[in-house]
Structure formats: C-alpha cells, structure tokens
Design a protein around this ligand. Structure first.
Ligand code: ADA
Length: 572
C-alpha cells in the first residue's frame, strides 16, 4: 500500500502506477468480447492512479471501463494490492479471474501462489454505476468518479507473510505506562504447518518476540500484556509517532503508531486528559484536475492551507481518505473523523434496511476499521451521514452499524451526522452527537441559530443525554469565488464570511458544543441531480475555491481559529 513511509525493507514491492491501457465499455460488451484476456485495438494509454472523469470525452461517464497493465515478476507467491478502485471491480491475472471488490474508498488485495517467472498481464474491469443497493445512492452531493484512483502494487511473498497488524492499547490513568496488545494477521502459503520466529520493535525497542506456529492459510495471532513505559503521547502539539517494525521469518512489515487516549465524559471530549475543542473543516478529496485521485503534492498543499487556518480537526467527509493523507495528519497532529459513504439524503427509508445495503455498509465499516486502525489522528468513527434517523429504518441501520463498530475499534467514540436533530431517535447509538444544519442558507436566516441551539439543548435534556457532547458537523453557505456586492447578498464572499463568523462565535461560547467542522474546505464538483442551486454543477460552500484560492471566509475563520487556539494555550 502507498504510504508516507516504507512499509517493507525485506519484502519486495513493485508499484504498477504509471501508464495503463484503457478503454471504456458503454455497451457492456467487454467480457463477451474477451477483453479480460486481450484488450481491444481501440484501447489507449492513460495514467494510473486517476479518474476517467477528467478526460473531456468521459467527463460524465458512468459505466464500465477496462484497464490493463503488463508487469515482470521474478516468480513465486505474490500479493496484488489495490489501494482504491471506484466503485466496483473484477480483476483478472493472465485472463484468470482473481475476484471482485465493492466499495470505492478502501484497499483490497489478491494473493496468488506460485506465479511463474516472466511477464504477466493484470486486467481490471471497473464499474461506477449506481444501483438499487449501491452506496452511495445515485442522488449524492459529491462527484461519483470512476477509475483506479489510488496506487496498485505487486508484493513478492515467501512462504509466510504478515498481512496486517493492529496495536491496541490502554494508557494508565496517570499516563505513566501503556498496556499494549499486538494483533497480527498472517498467511502461511505452504501446504503444511510452519513454525517461524516473529519479532517486533517500537523505534528499535524490542516489543514482543515468539516462535509462531502457523496453520495453512490465514490466521490471527495475539501478543497481549506488553507493558510499555516512558512512552511519549501523541497530541496535536506533540504528534509523537513510533515505528512498529515486525519480522516473520524472511518477511517484514512496518507501520506507524501513536499513543493517545480519547475519551468522552460528562458532555466533553478529552485527549490525554485535556478537554478538547475541535476546530475544523469538512474536506472532500476533490480537485478539478485530479478528481479524487490526489497526487502527493496536492495533499501537502491541502494540509498546508488547513494548518495555516489553525485547524486541529478535519471531518473526512464522506469516506475513508487516502492512507497517505492520514499519514500526514498523524505527522502533523491534526485530528480526524473517518466515515463511510452512506450519504443519507439519497437513501429512501426502506433502502436503508435492504440486506445488501446493510451488508455493504458493514463491509465498508469493517475495511475502514481494519485498514485505518493504527492511525492516532483518527479520534472517532462516523457511521453514516444524514440518513432518516427520525424513522425506524434509520434506527435499524444505526443499531446494526453501531453494534459492529463499537467492538474492537481502537477505543474510539462513535458518531453520525444527523440532519434531524430535534426529532432524532438514534442518539443511543452514538457517543458524540453531531449535527448538520444550514440556518442562514437553506432554512431561516442566521438569527435562527441561537434559538435552535436552545431547542436542541432542551431536546437533549429531555432524552437524558446531556452527557453526550455535541459537534456542529456541518454549517455554512455557498459563495462564488470573486463575487462581491456592497450589501452582503447571499452567494457573495462577504455573506459567507459573515455567516461563518456568526455561527462559529455562537458555537465557541456554548458549553454544549465541543467542536465544529465548517461545510466545507474547498468547492467540489457534484452531480447534476443536485439541482439548480449547485452553480457550475459545483457545491460552492468551500472556504477555498476548487483550485484552493482563499475566499474572504477563509480569512475570517482563520482569525477566529487562531484566537481560540491562542486562548487555549494561555489557559493551559
Ligand atoms: C449535507 C451533506 C453534505 C452537503 C451539504 C450541502 O449536509 O451532508 O454532503 O451536501 O448538505 O452542501 O447541502
């Protein structure tokens, strides 16, 4: 997997990023025509990772498309890794089907035993169409791109390999020691039981070591009660990270971990015992030139702009972000909310409980939890966004998702974003209540905010849930970059700056509210189904433009966020 550091010293990894052969398949005839074995003569070269919707001919294309790439392999066992493909795909190696994957924002892989030495062809049929059971549904307010959107790699495996590791831990109440448990996922690729030495180290300090007996195939191994002393904690001010280096026989894996305690008590959120105010933005991975297939430099740029705003928090709306971006957040001490693309407004109530929708949602949550487990920057998991949490169907989805996510999740609180705050019936399924509201834009004017907060305080009290802290997870309005008037009309940069200043000042002084994430960081491309108030087919609520130019609101928010950060340091 592409990371901000090297995952392997011993295991050989070859990235297949670069030029691939590509052809779109609007008539869905590729399989019958044997494109899984040989691409048609009309196929042409494209760069991967990428989305096809930045190519003029395919700007709005929704359908199937085929990708193919040859690569040389030295022979032996291998693992073919896709960091993300939008949305659904089937993969063939030399014409032989390896399998399929659904869900556009998480990684998946295929393990191939005894692949011969020589040149091989990898073929992928990608499908970004919506269906009755798709997540998200067709009506969705971010662009539903298609393509191989993150890196592809081939790893050479020996007899056994470490597939993944979770470092779970509890920090002592006085923060003097950490009680850690290392959970390993291993594969034995031989046809007999193997016993191999396993070692692990944290920044060169030995962690655990053992002879592991590995049954044939995949197995889980747990090394528990590892007591660590003198650990420096991870926090936004001191984002201390440790390299977790593991070896198994000839194989190895490096991950990075950070130790921090996140807890929710009496209506507040604490990080390492200190009360938090989350000051942030909601961010989509979207850029007019790259869609969601971000080059590393653009991630650096976004981070620079977000840090300059004095943010300490990003809501990763509305899907698991690139692991490279999460690595950068770990390094830079920015806290993150990670969620899956159950973008509710598009889901009819009965669709929420369709068995395949629930299964796909659980698979997405499972992949997110497992692949993102070790990131210290992720401080909460999001279950869904704006589903009908005022109806039994929304309650059922919340119940099912919550019971799955509350187990084995790295001690993170759960949340979901509601747009039915005053009649939501699902708050029992979250630790933190998160509210999306747009007074001053879709409903009422900005003066309604104060009244709404009082009503919500009363509703929370009537439910007996005053211990659940509140995040204002979306608020804001559209502003067209460069549009100014003397009288602060809607759609101007002035109005957006005024609305955000008004709301953030209210939220900051309200003891019920522990955080706020502005909708949204940058203007994003959206679907035509989203209607006429999406000028240019864009959601224009960014505080920076689609090409990252600051609007007046950026400067207004920066002023507030800087002031609050300063006050916070002075009070410590
Ligand atoms: C919702 C939704 C966002 C965006 C926003 C808006 O709250 O969660 O994805 O669509 O509304 O701009 O209207």
């Amino acid at each position: 997997m592409r990371r901000a550091f090297n995952e392997h010293i011993r295991r050989r990894v070859d990235y297949l990023d670069g030029v691939w052969s590509f052809i779109d398949d609007p008539n869905d005839c590729g399989l019958e025509a044997g494109w899984n074995k040989k691409m048609p003569a009309s196929a042409y070269s494209v760069s991967v990772p990428s989305v096809w919707n930045t190519e003029s001919r395919l700007l709005q294309y929704e359908g199937k498309a085929w990708y193919s790439k040859t690569f040389a392999f030295e022979g032996g066992n291998c693992r073919i890794c896709f960091d993300a493909v939008m949305t659904e795909c089937t993969v063939w190696l030399d014409g032989r089907e390896l399998g399929s994957h659904y869900g556009g924002y998480t990684a998946f892989d295929f393990i191939v035993k005894s692949l011969s030495q020589g040149v091989h062809t990898l073929t992928v049929c990608v499908d970004n169409r919506f269906g009755a059971d798709s997540i998200p549904q067709k009506w969705v307010d971010f662009y539903h791109y298609g393509g191989i959107t993150r890196s592809v790699s081939v790893e050479k495996l020996g007899d056994a390999a470490i597939l993944g590791a979770h470092l779970d831990y509890k920090i002592a109440a006085d923060f003097s020691a950490v009680d850690a448990t290392l959970k390993l996922s291993i594969i034995n690729l031989t046809d007999h039981e193997l016993t191999l030495p396993f070692t692990s180290a944290l920044n060169k300090r030995p962690l655990t070591g053992a002879m592991l007996t590995l049954p044939v195939g995949k197995s889980e191994h747990i090394c528990s009660n590892v007591l660590l002393e003198g650990i420096k904690l991870w926090s936004p001010k001191t984002p201390k990270l440790y390299n977790l280096y593991m070896t198994l026989g000839d194989d190895d894996l490096t991950d990075r971990v950070g130790f921090r305690n996140i807890s929710v008590q009496k209506g507040k959120i604490y990080l390492n015992g200190e009360e938090l105010e989350l000051r942030g933005v909601c961010r989509h991975e979207d850029h007019p030139d790259f869609g969601m297939a971000f080059p590393g430099r653009l991630m650096d740029r976004d981070l620079e702009i977000i840090k300059n705003l004095s943010c300490n928090f990003i809501r990763g709306s509305h899907y698991p972000n690139s692991k490279v971006f999460l690595d950068l957040l770990d390094e830079n001490g920015i806290m993150f909310w990670s969620e899956i693309p159950v973008w509710g407004v598009g889901f009819a109530p009965d669709t929420l409980v369709r068995p395949l929708v629930l299964k796909r949602g659980l698979d997405m949550l499972g992949e997110m939890k497992s692949q993102y487990f070790n990131h210290p920057s992720i401080i909460m998991w999001g279950l869904h966004n704006e589903i009908r949490t005022d109806m039994p169907q929304g309650k059922e989805m919340s119940r099912v998702f919550c019971s799955f996510m509350k187990e084995d999740n790295g001690n993170r609180p759960l949340t979901f974003a509601t747009n039915h705050p005053l009649n939501d019936i699902c708050f029992e399924y979250c630790d933190i209540i998160s509210i999306n509201k747009y007074y001053g834009w879709y409903e009422g004017d900005m003066d309604v905010w104060a009244d709404f907060l009082e009503k919500f305080r009363e509703y929370r009290r009537s439910l007996g849930m005053e211990d659940k802290p509140v995040i204002m997870s979306e608020f804001g309005c559209a502003a067209l970059y460069g549009y100014h008037t003397f009288d602060c009309l809607k759609w101007t940069e002035e109005y957006q700056a005024k609305l955000l200043t008004h709301t953030i000042e209210l939220f900051h002084k309200d003891p019920m509210i522990v955080g706020f994430s502005i909708w949204q960081y940058c203007d994003i491309r959206t679907a035509k189904e989203c209607g006429n108030d999406r000028a240019r087919s864009y959601n224009n609520k960014g505080i920076v433009s689609d090409t990252r130019k600051p609007k007046l609101a950026y400067l207004a928010v920066k002023k507030l966020y800087e002031k609050y950060a300063e006050e916070e340091s002075e009070n410590k």
